[in-house]
Design a protein around this ligand. Structure first.
Ligand SMILES: C[S@@+](CC[C@H](N)C(=O)[O-])C[C@H]1O[C@@H](n2cnc3c(N)ncnc32)[C@H](O)[C@@H]1O
Length: 328
């Protein structure tokens, strides 16, 4: 699949279709569609409209046709964009892809006002914070992602003719196999200062072991006071004895069709203990339904989250014996 937009030649960019995470493309497009079409903009991010080529829209269109066979196989640009926009807006995880970015960036900006100036995105995908840099208080942005997705993103940015600020750095790492602690410490501009981490739309694709390893690695490497916002799926989604709701079923089918099925969730009741054992204190754990209500209390966008998506905001626990009471 060609995923990058080129101002000179929007459709002729040779990239391996298997390279970039498809769900990362869909998430970025969804945020652009939200910014352009929803009556109440919860998260303003138009970058999906700039980064992706016409060929990418066509690829997503073919995917949308699977859910709506009445769409013609061959369609012009306007039909493609409108069908993709409608298809993605109807998707069960569409609200989640919007509210998680809003939640993380709100928390980042609160942390930045309190002096945490380094932002690290784990599994950054096509997140556009580095392209927007909306807060002058955030001094550096470090994107850590699977090398396959990251190289395509860098290519897309270059093809869009954008020069990133020097405060942005990219670090390629496969979180399912690599030791994050080893790549993290040298990646931060100031490893001794606290950092703010986001980890959105990733935990569900990793094994439980890889997730815990990542949590432990960040807690052990990041300075005390560092914070993390991460998205996770309520473990009930994976309960084989529980009947799936219509939205859950649709979501499962969509993920299978995209070739990126979810494999891991957490039990919200056990989350504080799981986090504590990995070096974190839980500050907030909130359901997707509550977040949509928080940001759009009047329901102007008509967003109906699928229900078992959650966001947690956590802080590195004080390393007792190092910086805790009684430390030498
Ligand atoms: C659904 S996308 C989310 C992207 C972005 N955080 C967002 O919210 O739009 C999942 C991201 O996880 C990354 N990812 C999946 N498996 C990974 C792995 N083993 N190591 C590193 N990144 C991984 C993908 O490359 C992709 O960027």
């Amino acid at each position: 699949m060609t995923v990058c937009a080129s101002p000179a030649s929007p459709t002729v960019v040779a990239m391996n279709p298997q390279n970039a995470s498809r769900t990362a493309v869909v998430a970025c497009l969804s945020r652009a569609i939200h910014t352009r079409t929803d009556p109440l903009v919860i998260h303003a991010d138009p970058w999906g409209d700039r980064l992706f080529s016409a060929a990418t829209w066509h690829k997503v269109y073919q995917f949308a046709r699977m859910g709506n066979p009445q769409l013609p196989e061959v369609a012009d640009e306007a039909v493609v964009r409108s069908a993709v926009s409608m298809g993605l807006r109807r998707g069960p995880a569409y609200p989640n892809m919007i509210v998680r970015s809003r939640y993380a960036e709100d928390a980042l900006h609160v942390a930045a006002a309190l002096g945490i100036r380094q932002y690290v995105l784990l599994g950054a995908g096509f997140d556009s914070y580095a392209l927007r840099m909306p807060s002058p208080e955030v001094a550096s942005v470090t994107e850590i992602d699977h090398p396959a997705t990251q190289s395509v993103k860098q290519h897309c940015i270059a093809q869009a003719g954008v020069t990133l600020p020097g405060a942005v750095r990219f670090v390629a790492a496969d979180l399912s196999t690599q030791d994050l602690a080893a790549v993290l410490a040298p990646s931060l501009p100031d490893p001794r200062a606290p950092a703010f981490f986001s980890w959105l739309g990733v935990t569900m694709y990793l094994s439980e072991e890889a997730n815990l390893k990542t949590l432990r690695a960040v807690a052990a490497t990041a300075a005390p006071g560092s914070e993390l916002v991460f998205e996770y799926v309520d473990q009930r989604f994976f309960d084989a004895h529980r009947a799936l709701t219509e939205a859950e079923s649709a979501l499962k089918q969509t993920l299978l069709a995209l070739g990126e099925p979810w494999i891991c969730g957490f039990d919200p009741a056990q989350l504080p203990d799981v986090l504590a054992s990995a070096g974190w204190s839980l500050l907030e754990d909130v359901a997707d339904t509550a977040l949509v209500e928080r940001y759009d209390p009047q329901g102007l966008n008509g967003m109906k989250p699928w229900g078992l998506g959650r966001l947690a905001r956590v802080r590195v626990r004080v390393h007792v014996g190092v910086s805790g009471p009684g430390a030498a």
